[in-house]
Design a protein. Structure first.
Lengths: 360, 127
């Protein structure tokens, strides 16, 4: 029977019993949490096709009897590890693509060594990506290559595509890719040219430390880390919750340093002068204009993205020169758009239906 | 069934969610100011300077302890990487040679599937 307040007194003993059981489970699982290492991530079988300094090119072993003609090269963001796209079986974007018949390669990054502090934007756009594309062509025996760029990997793919306008990129897919850096309001304020001396920072530390990159991400939502730890404690009896928490927490804190010169260019050309948006960007003396991208393009953005707000990403479709282009906005945040339970239902099937017919 | 509006656990969770949103929003507003940027960058500049001095000091300490310097360890790592890269190139060449002889093979030696896949049509059949 419900009391006038709506409280169901009959359910109170049952509720107390559940909470007591959970409290006991919390103590047991809490000990277990600190004595185990969490799920193994990035375990889809792959071969290292090429490795050079900070750059690694992987080829994932096919999981289908028949594959699409056009191989797919994923370009990961330089701030984070690629295993976000290959978490665990059933929650792996890579595994999904393989099972749907794609031939998948990934350009992933490791921490640049101190002597790699001099890597410039040119090295990424005019050397690393073209080198990987050539190797994908040689390995697959195909001329055409589709490119998928996540976050800043999308920016690098756009720069590559705008400079290499005669190919061989056949399709371009960008996930949460910023082009209007003025609209990344907080990052813009952190790097305010009146107060942020990027030259002094890079000249002092060489590569920008991962702690600094991580802090700048966490400052966007300063309460969220504490709240998520409280939520972990509340739900520590729930194995699925804990598994998911550990996967994402491990990835989020596994931030990479950024090569100093590369960071200097990002700050000056993109954060300060917004050159990509203003069509004044050049890399190694070669103009990089979005209007020069003519290949079919899909841009997936997240409705609640706090890292790349929609305002920073929304002009991409209008600015590229492609006739075949589409923006899709999906529920979720910057990471849950591409990985986790929601991505399985939302982004991945959408991407498959878009890319499949353009991969033959 | 328990009414969510009176469930203490649900109320607690809702309150945490609201507090998180409120604090994040307040902090974001505060961090949008030029004063914040000035203060955080001043602190960051001092920390960067201190870090550089500390790493120089550590370098001298390692030398005095007759331990290998960073350069020496890095040189060794580079040689190893170069050997790894050459093995990778050889594997790649072998794979290409196999492909040239008519059998497309992966690194693990298994034949690669044919590139003949077509997308499924709306009724679930291959086009």
């Amino acid at each position: 029977m419900n009391a006038p307040t709506g409280l169901d007194f009959a359910s109170i003993p049952e509720r107390i019993q559940t909470e007591v059981q959970r409290a006991i489970q919390r103590s047991i699982k809490g000990v277990e949490y600190f004595s185990t290492s969490g799920p193994t991530l990035g375990s889809t079988p792959k071969d290292v096709l090429h490795s050079r300094g900070t750059m690694s090119l992987y080829h994932y072993r096919p999981m289908s009897d028949e594959i699409y003609r056009v191989p797919v090269l994923i370009v990961m963001a330089t701030t984070n590890r690629g295993y976000i796209l290959d978490l665990v079986p059933g929650q792996s974007f890579i595994e999904f693509l393989l099972k749907r018949g794609y031939d998948v390669y990934m350009l992933d990054w490791s921490a640049p060594r101190p002597e790699e502090k001099s890597l410039r934007m040119e090295d990424y756009v005019l050397d690393f990506i073209p080198d990987c594309v050539r190797r994908v062509q040689a390995d697959s025996g195909e001329t055409d290559v589709s490119v998928i760029g996540y976050c800043f990997g999308g920016v690098l793919s756009l720069l590559y595509g705008s400079i290499h306008k005669d190919g061989p990129m056949k399709n371009l897919i960008c996930f949460t890719t910023p082009i209007d850096f003025r609209e990344m309001k907080l990052f813009s304020n952190f790097s305010d040219r009146r107060y942020f001396d990027v030259d002094r920072l890079v000249d002092s530390v060489g590569n920008v430390p991962p702690e600094m990159i991580l802090s700048s991400f966490e400052m966007l939502r300063p309460a969220s880390r504490t709240v998520s730890q409280i939520q972990l404690w509340e739900n520590i009896w729930n194995d699925e919750f804990v598994k998911s928490y550990r996967m994402f927490d491990r990835w989020a804190t596994d931030t990479l340093p950024l090569a100093g010169e590369y960071f200097r260019t990002i700050t000056k050309d993109l954060m300060w002068d917004n050159k990509l948006f203003n069509d004044t960007m050049s890399v190694g003396g070669r103009a990089a204009k979005l209007e020069d991208i003519k290949v079919p393009l899909l841009h997936a953005v997240a409705e609640h993205d706090h890292i790349v707000p929609y305002d920073a990403a929304k002009h991409l479709i209008a600015k590229v020169g492609s006739a075949d282009k589409e923006e899709v906005m999906l529920k979720g945040g910057h990471v849950s758009l591409v990985a986790g339970a929601n991505a399985v239902k939302r982004l991945w099937p959408k991407l498959d239906s878009w890319l499949g017919k353009r991969s033959t | 069934m328990t009414d969510k509006t009176n469930d203490p656990v649900a109320m607690w969770q809702k309150m945490m969610g609201e507090m998180e949103k409120g604090f994040n929003s307040f902090a974001n507003q505060a961090m949008s100011s030029p004063e914040f940027s000035q203060a955080v960058n001043r602190a960051g500049g001092v920390a960067a300077g201190a870090q550089k001095q500390l790493s120089e000091l550590m370098e001298k300490y390692l030398v005095s302890m007759n331990l290998p310097s960073r350069e020496q360890v890095t040189a060794l790592a580079e040689r190893l990487q170069s050997i790894e890269a050459q093995i990778g190139e050889m594997k790649s060449m072998l794979s290409q040679m196999a492909a040239g002889s008519g059998t497309a093979q992966g690194f693990d030696g298994t034949p690669r599937p044919p590139r003949t896949r077509r997308p499924l049509s709306d009724n679930g059949e291959q086009k």
